[in-house]
Design a protein around this ligand. Structure first.
Ligand code: SF4
Length: 399
């Protein structure tokens, strides 16, 4: 799956991955309230050759050890950050690949820690092969209200090329079932795939009636089977498909509100928006990343180890953020979105002015209409969104 924002690792890496994731009760840690949680389920029914996420095939005993560790991790985390959650996102991997009993354990550990479901939105990433109408009823009864479905395409040849286990008919049927069951549905679509008719895919998915779509251009990540096979993506095709998605989906009322995400107004992912707005979030599971607000003033990022270290309870990687890191991170997440970045609020928080940190970068981006200022807000224009990775790399070089 590729929907939840993935946490950045390291300063320049953060710039590189830019295109890619309130009920009051006093916290156990003075002044700290965290309202969102991401939980990583690394098991997949099949391994896609383009995927560089932390994932693996399941085996029953490994799943049991993973769940045991997850229970201990949730217990410790909820003791420190006990406030009820607004959003919970189960990503992966393929969380819907867990059996009903296994998913029941995940729900129970979240319920013991924070209460379940979350107050505003509880999302499960799902593969079309892993549910039926009966299973969807069960998922609803557990408390999930939003499904993010790894559809990717409606064209059989494209799905075969991507190494997906479902065909176009199974994928579209899965989306129809999810909508009929009353879920808010996101459908993932990949464009710029060799041999794909992207407009046909975009229209076919929009016509299913989904009110949220995540549209990614295929990227060939190092060390993946696609990279080893020498698969190449035409950069012009990538740029064309990026523009095409906005034009086609606007006809169906789906507006681009983030580089890769489109929604009918009001149907945006609340979990992802919270993260793109720079809010703190908790994380559970192997390779999962958190942004915690303590210690002050700027908090820290934690990244859990991959499965082997995770099962041994190895310590997560920790990075304490400086004021400059906070500015970079806010630009990286905020400029992805239509909302942009509130430079006044950022200055009040960090004591840093963007005009002083990167004057040349800011002047050039404004002059070339890649960025736009409206009062205290700085937003990326449509051409700026298309070049966001390069724009953020240029910022990181100067600041
Ligand atoms: S289903 Fe999603 S997470 Fe699993 S291998 Fe495929 S793309 Fe990666």
């Amino acid at each position: 799956m590729r929907t939840a924002p993935r946490a950045p690792r390291g300063r320049l890496a953060r710039a590189r991955c830019a295109r890619r994731t309130w009920v009051a009760r006093r916290s156990g840690y003075a002044g700290v309230v965290v309202r969102s949680l991401y939980l990583h389920v690394p098991f997949c029914p099949h391994i896609c050759p383009y995927c560089d996420f932390h994932k693996m095939r399941r085996d029953a005993s490994l799943v049991q050890r993973y769940l045991d560790r997850l229970e201990r991790e949730a217990q410790a985390l909820s003791a420190r950050y006990p406030d009820p959650l607004d959003t919970v996102y189960l990503g992966g991997g393929t969380p819907s690949h867990l059996s009903d009993a296994e998913l029941g354990r995940v729900v129970a550990l979240l319920d013991r820690g924070w209460g379940f479901p979350a107050a505003e939105e509880t999302t499960l990433e799902a593969d079309p092969c892993t549910f039926t109408p009966i299973r969807l009823e069960h998922l609803r009864s557990l408390g999930f209200d939003r499904l993010s479905i790894g559809l990717q395409s409606t064209q059989d040849a494209v799905l075969r090329f991507l190494g997906r286990a479902h065909d176009g008919r199974q994928g579209t049927q899965a989306v129809r079932w999810a909508l009929s069951a009353g879920f808010r549905v996101n459908a993932d679509v990949i464009t710029a795939v060799p041999g794909q008719d992207p407009e046909r895919d975009l229209r076919a998915v929009a016509e299913l009636g989904v009110r949220h779509m995540s549209v990614y251009t295929l990227t060939v990540e190092p060390h993946t089977p696609f990279a080893l096979r020498g698969v190449r993506i035409d950069p012009e095709r990538e740029a064309d498909d990026f523009e095409l998605a906005a034009l086609v989906l606007a006809e169906y009322g789906l507006q681009r509100y983030e580089v890769s995400n489109f929604a009918v107004p009001g149907e945006e992912s609340r979990h992802n928006l919270a993260i793109w707005r720079g809010r703190s979030y908790l994380a559970l599971g192997p390779s999962a990343s958190a942004y915690l607000p303590d210690p002050g003033p700027f908090g820290r990022r934690l990244r859990n180890p991959d499965m082997r270290g995770y099962l041994e309870a190895a310590a997560p990687q920790e990075e304490r953020l400086s004021a400059r890191d906070v500015v970079l991170e806010n630009l990286m997440t905020g400029l992805r979105t239509r909302e942009g970045v509130d430079l006044g609020a950022l200055e009040a928080r960090t004591g840093l002015r963007l005009e002083a940190l990167a004057p040349r970068w800011l002047g050039t981006a404004l002059r070339h209409a890649l960025l736009r200022r409206e009062g205290a807000r700085l937003r990326a224009t449509e051409p700026g969104l298309a070049r966001l990775d390069a724009l953020l790399r240029a910022y990181a070089r100067e600041a």
